[in-house]
Design a protein around this ligand. Structure first.
Ligand code: PGA
Length: 254
């Protein structure tokens, strides 16, 4: 695992976007699975800026989303599809044929999960997956549980996640309690996995990851220990007391 410690969220956006741009150059046909939430916003801002000032070709890239709320469609401003269009797809030169999204409004959600798995199978494994981290250690909407469903599935959103996500919704709106999410199998098979975390409210979950060596479904993030190509990009606040250590150990961290 590699940890890159940044001074702040702005620098994290710069570092993570550089890494993504490098990937696009190395593999112009890369299949990328991308996150939503507050953490990736500076990453997409920096990425859009860098793409605009470069002559990089994007037309062979493929984009997927990690997860989606059940009951919210692409036109709902809190859907993850809406988010990705707003912050990324509408800002860069990509065609809709390059974008594959989970449909939270699908009439049959099991069929929708199967459809998504088949589309993932058609590209092989993801070349690149980026994700934020939930305060409870969830990865995408793989919440702490007694067992994991390995592929794309319907997930019951944990009460702590619903609480954390209330900030995005209007007062009279209810946060959905179910989501569609890719599973841990596709995350673990991704050729590269990058986790981003910023802010003091992520300090405890990052500390837990380093303090508790056990791998358990009750703490989904712990599975990332086994990922062969795992990079964490953290800001100073999320690093907590390990900030200086991470700054001084830029290579592999056990
Ligand atoms: P956030 O969400 O980036 O909005 O903090 C991260 C997550 O819940 O995975």
């Amino acid at each position: 695992m590699r940890v890159i410690a940044c001074e702040n969220a702005h620098q994290l956006g710069d570092v993570a976007s550089e890494l993504i741009l490098d990937l696009f150059v190395q593999n112009p046909e890369a299949a990328c699975c991308l996150p939503t939430g507050s953490t990736p916003i500076p990453v997409y801002q920096a990425l859009v800026e860098k793409i605009r000032t470069s002559d990089i070709k994007l037309n062979e890239l493929k984009f997927f989303n990690l997860d989606e709320y059940v009951g919210l469609g692409v036109h709902h401003n809190q859907s993850y599809a809406y988010f990705l269009f707003e912050h990324l797809f509408s800002q860069i030169n990509v065609d809709s044929s390059q974008i594959t999204l989970l449909n939270g409004l699908a009439a049959d959600l099991d069929v929708e999960c199967t459809r998504y798995n088949q589309l993932i199978d058609a590209i092989g494994n993801f070349d690149f997956v980026m994700d934020g981290i939930g305060v409870n250690g969830h990865i995408a909407f793989n919440e702490p549980a007694e067992f994991f469903i390995p592929r794309t599935h319907i997930s019951a959103i944990a009460p702590s996640t619903i609480e954390a996500n209330k900030r995005f919704f209007a007062q009279d709106e209810t946060v959905p309690d179910q989501a569609l999410t890719i599973g841990l199998e596709d995350i673990m098979k991704a050729k590269r996995f990058v986790l981003i975390a910023t802010g003091a409210n992520k300090k405890a979950v990052i500390e837990r990851f380093f303090n508790e060596p056990e791998i358990t479904t009750q703490f989904p993030m712990s599975f990332l220990r086994m990922h062969p190509n795992f990079t964490m990009i953290l800001d100073k606040e999320a690093c907590g007391s390990r900030y200086d250590y991470f700054r001084n150990h830029v290579g592999e961290i056990k």
